[in-house]
Design a protein around this ligand. Structure first.
Ligand SMILES: NC(=O)c1ccc[n+]([C@@H]2O[C@H](COP(=O)([O-])OP(=O)(O)OC[C@H]3O[C@@H](n4cnc5c(N)ncnc54)[C@H](OP(=O)(O)O)[C@@H]3O)[C@@H](O)[C@H]2O)c1
Length: 255
């Protein structure tokens, strides 16, 4: 597929890396973040050329730049597929900027895309055909997992997708500090923590067992794990997580 990406920062480069081998890629960036791609099989040019050469265009600039970049490229879009990855946009807001007749797919990927482990949600507008939706699904599946989601679920799902990597980073850092406090070397702690989180997540995903049940299976009576669970509960661990998701959701609604 001919895919264009405008804005090669954190997300743009993560997506581009996932797509490099199997697609014709066209990239543009305002700054000088393109060193990694200079000797790769892709074309680096300006925003207008990216849109003219591609069938699917991902706009990967910060949300505040969306209106100006859209104004710059919208006349060249014609019936190409415009893919948004920005936080805080709705289909209506994008249609207001692009025009009601434009083909738009609103998405929310996340940064594990750079290692092929992204999670993306997709919401097409009514102008996008089934084949085009399948193509966008296949684009986003090339750097992880991708699902289509209903409009009323999109905003909160986008918060989970977009914000969760940072929440998990914080979780891993705190666990590592605890381990170091108890005498474990920092590098060993991060190796153990990362793999254990990957393993626990895959276990839940594969078995589809409720996380409470998985927790019950590893908490022996009067054992060490239940002591840690008690300490977390005394410090409102789950309430803190609920509040974090709600705070990010409220922020995304106010943008
Ligand atoms: N980061 C995440 O975890 C994440 C997750 C999901 C979705 N998103 C979404 O992804 C989008 C990009 O976020 P990011 O974190 O990747 O931002 P970023 O690292 O700042 O990258 C944006 C890139 O776009 C470039 N740019 C700005 N204006 C441009 C223009 N007019 N033409 C071409 N390139 C331009 C920037 O260049 P300069 O450096 O010169 O400004 C920068 O390299 C946002 O809409 C965000 O909501 C991000």
């Amino acid at each position: 597929m001919k895919i264009g990406i405008i804005g090669i920062g954190n997300m743009g480069s993560a997506i581009a890396k996932g797509l490099l081998d199997d697609n014709e890629l066209f990239l543009s960036n305002r700054g000088s973040n393109l060193d990694f791609f200079k000797d790769k099989d892709c074309t680096i040019s300006d925003n207008e050329s990216v849109v003219k050469n591609s069938d699917y265009i991902v706009l990967a600039v910060k949300p505040k730049y969306y209106p100006s970049v859209i104004a710059e490229i919208k006349d060249f879009l014609k019936d190409k597929i415009f893919i948004s990855i920005a936080a805080g946009f709705t289909i209506k807001k994008l249609q207001d900027l692009l025009g009601d007749n434009k083909k738009i797919v609103m998405t929310m990927p996340n940064t594990p895309a750079s290692i092929g482990e992204g999670m993306s949600i997709l919401l097409p507008n009514k102008n996008v055909s089934d084949d085009e939706i399948q193509n966008v699904l296949s684009i986003f599946s090339s750097f992880g997992k991708a699902i289509i989601i209903d409009e009323d679920q999109f905003d909160v799902a986008a918060v989970i997708n977009g914000c969760l990597p940072a929440f998990v980073d914080l979780f891993m850092e705190g666990l590592s500090d605890g381990a170091v406090l108890c005498g474990l070397k920092r590098d060993i702690s991060y190796e153990l923590i990362a793999q254990t989180i990957v393993g626990a997540a895959k276990l839940m995903d594969k078995t589809k067992e409720h996380p409470g049940l998985l927790k019950d299976k590893v908490t022996s009576p009067a054992g060490t794990t239940i002591e840690g669970v008690k300490a977390l509960e005394l410090n409102n661990f789950r309430a803190a997580l609920i509040k974090a998701v709600e705070a990010s959701f409220n922020k995304s609604k106010s943008m």
